[in-house]
Structure formats: C-alpha cells, structure tokens
Design a protein around this ligand. Structure first.
Ligand code: ZN
Length: 242
C-alpha cells in the first residue's frame, strides 16, 4: 500500500489539494496527517473537512490544540498567536469537534505518528541528537513520523548513534533495519527555503519512503489570507518558503 505522509497543512487548502492530487497520481490510498492541520492559513474548516472526508489518520498539533482552546497561546510568537485567535474565532463546530477528538500519538502498523516527538508530542522539535534519542527511546515500532519543524528530514538510530539526512525529492529511500523517523516537511508553510509544498510517500510493499515537492498557487492562498485579514507577514513568508 502507498500512504501519503503529510504534516503542517496550516489551513492552506490550495496547497493541500495540490499535494493530495499529486499523491493520488502516485497511487496513494491512505493519508497520515501529522498535525498542525490548522493555524496560520485562511481555510481551516475546508481543510479539516477535506481530510475528514478522505478518511485521513490525524494526530494533534500545537496549533490545533490552540485553535480549540485546549491550550493557551502564551508560547506562540505574536503573529502565530494572532492567527490562532483568528482560527479559533472562525472554527465551525464540526471542525472543532474533529480537532478536539484527535490524540497526540497514533499507531498505524509498523509506524508511530506524532506532531513533535514521542516524548513531547505537541512541543518538542526533533532537531537535536538529544531530542532524537529521547524520541527513539519511546518508539515501539520500527518506523515513526513527525512534523512540527516544517523541514523534511530522515533520522536513523543505528549502532553508531543517531544520524540525520536531508531527503532528495523524488529519490526513494529504503526504510531499512534500524529505527527510522521521517519528517515529510510542511504542506502549507514550508520553511526550508523552497516554497513548494512538501510531503512523503510510503510504499509498504517496496519498503521505501520518497519525499516530493509540489508546486501550488501560492498567490491564491496569499489572496485568501489578505481577504481574511490575517497578518501580512504570514502571507509573505509563503512566497519565500521561510
Ligand atoms: Zn506547524
């Protein structure tokens, strides 16, 4: 089976549609969504409805928890807090119910799914060796997937320790024997300097994972953000992938 691994959609429906179309074209039959489904962007309700209809497996991100009021926004920077307040004010009851029902960690077959890390699913960034070791210590499946950083990454726990690797788009990577953690990057707000949407495709039969970049109509999302009255800086960063 082929599974589209997505994260950090951040209410960007135009980007999500482009990624789902690309994944469907590559034979994806399931969607695993690593959270921060809402926050920052203009289309929280449509994004959640689209993923819910598609039967996506989703976990909770910090922005999702802020949108429902489950957590406060004291730890958010001012633009993120402003967008979180906007999202909360515009959430339809079905969207809030969907987000409120999400768990912080999910297990699907050989995979554990979380937004940040298994140690701190809502908040921790898997960007240091220490965080990776803490994450792998709690990983009871061979493979795991996290988001939160908005930067695609492959991390392995081998006999020589933890090793990180930046995936090359379109290049299939063997899942391998040791513990592996995959970050698919962000669909709705990439931050690695490439403004195109990022996601990964798991092929369970081939035993591989492949990252992909997908162009989308960034101007259309920026237009919707302006119309919604969301902070201009959040719209502008989409153009730079930062
Ligand atoms: Zn995020």
């Amino acid at each position: 089976m082929r599974i589209a691994l997505i994260s950090d959609v951040h209410s960007n429906l135009v980007a999500l549609e482009a990624v789902l179309a690309d994944a469907a074209g590559r034979g994806a039959e399931a969607i695993w969504n690593l959270g921060d489904t809402v926050g920052y962007g203009p289309d929280p309700n449509d994004v959640v409805a689209r993923l819910s209809e598609a039967g996506a497996v989703s976990v909770l991100g910090n922005h999702d928890a802020a949108a429902t009021g489950a957590i406060g926004t004291d730890w958010f920077n001012s633009l993120a807090a402003e967008a979180a307040a906007w999202t909360r004010a515009h959430l339809e009851p079905e969207t809030a119910a969907y987000l409120s029902g999400l768990s912080e960690v999910a297990r699907e077959g050989d995979w554990s799914l979380a937004h940040g890390t298994l140690r701190q699913p809502l908040w921790e960034y898997l960007i240091t060796e220490e965080a990776a070791e803490g994450h792998f210590a709690l990983q009871e499946t061979p493979y795991s997937a996290v988001g939160h950083t908005h930067v695609p990454l492959l991390v392995r726990q081998g006999t020589a320790g933890v090793e990180g690797e930046t995936p090359v788009p379109g290049e299939a990577v063997a899942l391998g024997e040791g513990l592996l953690c995959v970050n698919p990057g962000s669909v709705g707000q990439p931050r690695d300097g490439d403004p195109q949407s990022s996601y990964a495709l798991i092929d369970t039969e081939a035993g591989t994972v492949t990252h992909y970049r997908v162009p989308y109509d960034i101007g259309e999302t920026q237009r919707r953000m302006e119309e919604a009255g969301l902070p201009r800086g959040l719209a502008e960063r989409l153009g730079y992938g930062r």
